[in-house]
Ligand binder design. Structure first.
Ligand code: MD3
Ligand code: FE
Length: 213
């Protein structure tokens, strides 16, 4: 377990110099977030993308906002068009951008205006290997992550590959904000164990909000 320093007055726990965990922060809007994910997926369906190495990712993805993250044989990048539909990604719901900006502000990153919300869907057994988020232009902006549905073990490594990452269980409604010195930390998700969530069934969703440009 990483060292958790609790800032009780602000309902947040510190995971590192630039990282705050807000347990249950999105609980009261959980149903609204899930409904919005359903509407996004009607326009830009969930799909399992291929890495540049040709392997299918185990998490399915979609996105909303001015651009979203894609991967294929040509590499990783942000794209204004959904390659699956050839059309723009659905607009980012106001609830999403407000939530991301509010929580970033509470974590000490004022003025955060995300242009990307990547939506990851994990069915039991799906995982995300250790990686850095480094396809964005300006690492001064933080990344905001909202967990919904089944719990999953978050893997939190260092600034370089190697070593065994710290582990932390993320649950429905938990929100993480990381930036500053922690912005380029390696991180991932351990294979999601099966379970039943009252609201999502056998599924975990994660929203990640970023400023790509
Ligand atoms: C990095 N998603 O989409 S976000 C991704 O749950 C991605 O779907 C994962 O990594 C997911 O790129 C994890 C959570 C996260 C939280 C805290 C971090 C990533 C972090 C702290 C430092 C560095
Ligand atoms: Fe990531």
């Amino acid at each position: 377990m990483p060292d958790l320093f609790s800032d009780l007055a602000n309902n947040r726990e510190s995971l590192g110099p630039g990282t705050w965990l807000f347990r249950g922060y999105a609980l009261d809007v959980g149903d609204q977030l899930l409904e919005a994910i359903g509407r996004i997926a009607e326009v830009s369906p969930f799909r399992r993308m291929k890495t540049p190495g040709g392997r299918e990712m185990s998490a399915a993805m979609t996105g909303c906002g001015a651009r979203s993250w894609v991967t294929d044989r040509r590499g990783y990048r942000y794209s204004e068009l959904d390659p699956e539909t050839g059309r723009h990604w659905p607009a980012m719901p106001a609830l999403f951008s407000r939530l991301a900006a509010d929580v970033a502000d509470r974590a000490g990153y004022p003025g955060f205006g995300p242009d990307v919300c990547l939506v990851n869907r994990y069915q039991p057994g799906a995982r995300m290997g250790l990686h850095q988020d480094r396809d964005e232009q300006d690492y001064r902006w933080p990344v905001v992550s909202v967990s919904l549905g089944l719990p999953a073990t978050f893997l939190w490594g260092g600034l370089r590959r190697g070593g065994s990452p710290a582990r932390l269980v993320l649950e429905h409604g938990d929100v993480l904000v990381w930036g500053g010195e922690d912005r380029l930390r390696y991180h991932g998700i351990a294979p999601v164990p099966d379970g039943r969530c009252k609201v999502t069934g056998h599924v975990r969703y994660n929203l990640t909000f970023r400023r790509a440009l």
